[in-house]
Design a binder for this molecule. Structure first.
Ligand code: RB5
Length: 149
């Protein structure tokens, strides 16, 4: 299961990516937004991130105008590794090295074809584990060290 979410700045690209993901046979949840009305990206970042950490979805995709706000918001949720990517190499590395469980894209940065290419590279990548897992363990330790919860 993949959960997708966007603000108004990412709505067009989210709609296009849903078609691509459907063609790939992915099961999808759409966390919104579903209109052009201006909304606040942290609300949708939280919905997608929560679904991923709760296990309602295995992976998430977030889109705002640049991807910056969504990545900042999603990465506040412990357990989320949200990667903002702009090319296929970054997208593949986000899975292979960082095991990113949320991919973040900029709806005002990427065209539809490029965005599908990046999502494909991320989905097709395989986490390499080993030394990369040790680094992720250090990130988990940082979350614990600095968490006020
Ligand atoms: C909304 O105008 C815009 O700020 C938002 O989509 C995003 O780009 C924020 O990082």
């Amino acid at each position: 299961m993949i959960i997708v979410g966007s603000d108004h700045g990412g709505l067009y690209l989210k709609t296009a990516l849903k078609s691509y993901l459907n063609r790939r046979g992915c099961q999808l949840i759409d966390a919104g937004t579903d209109s052009d009305a201006s909304v606040d990206y942290p609300d949708f970042g939280e919905k997608v991130a929560e679904a991923v950490v709760n296990g309602d979805a295995e992976l998430g995709i977030l889109i705002c105008g640049t991807g910056i706000g969504m990545s900042i918001a999603a990465n506040k949720i412990p357990g989320i590794r949200a990667a903002l990517v702009t090319d296929a190499f970054m997208a593949r590395m986000a899975k292979e090295h960082n095991n990113a469980n949320v991919l973040v894209l900029g709806g005002r940065v990427l065209d539809e074809q490029k965005a599908c290419e990046l999502v494909g590279a991320w989905l097709d990548g395989t986490f390499e584990g080993g030394r990369h897992q040790s680094r992720l363990d250090k990130i988990t330790a940082l979350e614990k060290k600095y968490s006020k919860l």
